[in-house]
Design a protein around this ligand. Sequence first.
Ligand code: NAD
Length: 293
Amino acid sequence: MTIGFIGIGIMGRPMAKNLIKAGYKLIVYDKFSKFDDLVSLGAEGGTSNRDVASKSDIIITMLPNSPQVKEVILGSGGVIEAVKPDQIVVDMSSIAPAASQEIGAALKAKGIAFLDAPVSGGEPKAVDATLAIMVGGDKKTFDAVKPILEKMGSSVTLVGDIGSGNVTKLANQIIVALNIAAVSEAFVLSTKAGVDPARVFDAIKGGLAGSTVMNAKIPMILDGNFNPGFRIELHIKDLQNALDTAHNLNVAVPLTAVIMETLQALKLDGMAANDHDAIIRYYEKLAKIEVRK
Ligand code: NAD
């Protein structure tokens, strides 16, 4: 079996490496990033999206957002021009659920199966192959691809039809952004009140306020580490998809709108490429204090 992998960025590179390590034959391609390291590990270097699609049984994409995924799969010179009915396309990017449905419908019209399978966990979990993978699509296609996804993640869950994977990812991104904001507001307050933030963390992390987000982000914040990780500009992209999806469904998401504006302010302050733990810098600026060791 040959797996085509398109999009060799922060996430795609370690994910493709794990598939090579697991013994799969890979053909890889990225329009802008180099992929010689994967070729030296045994992958074949593709020459275009179409080339990868014509030589693979399963095609995986890991790209920034809906426009890029649509261009690579449906655009001129794209995957759709070369795929045949026995092939499967799996998009692992975080994109708008409506875009996943559009791509799924276009592929279905040609008899090709599609899954949306975005991930959570960031680069460290992509490297360790412990990503959480949330999948939308039919059970037969899911069962066929699951053993491959399990080489990149420790949790692989079918959540519903095509688009459900990205609906789940949007829910994940709302919760993560708001959790970082709540942690930030609380730690700025306790620091301004003169209490050592490291002790506040020790005191509350095992209680109801404790969270994976707090455990991951407070140690980084105390060290003044705002290196990505997950960039603010990518979180803006996800929250824009969340707002658009919610408004199309006539759902009001007031807290999502507030944290979106916080991220916009941070972007204006030159922090678009920082980790999303830099959300605390917005609250630090309001209170004129820093939460550090
Ligand atoms: P990235 O920008 O590092 O990688 C995207 C890759 O796609 C780049 O190498 C780029 O050159 C390539 N690309 C763009 N347009 C292309 C085209 N037309 N043809 C071929 N290649 C093209 O981004 P990333 O951090 O790897 O994220 C990828 C996806 O995973 C995003 O949707 C992101 O939201 C999601 N995600 C990222 C993280 C994280 O922590 N970085 C965590 C979970 C999910």
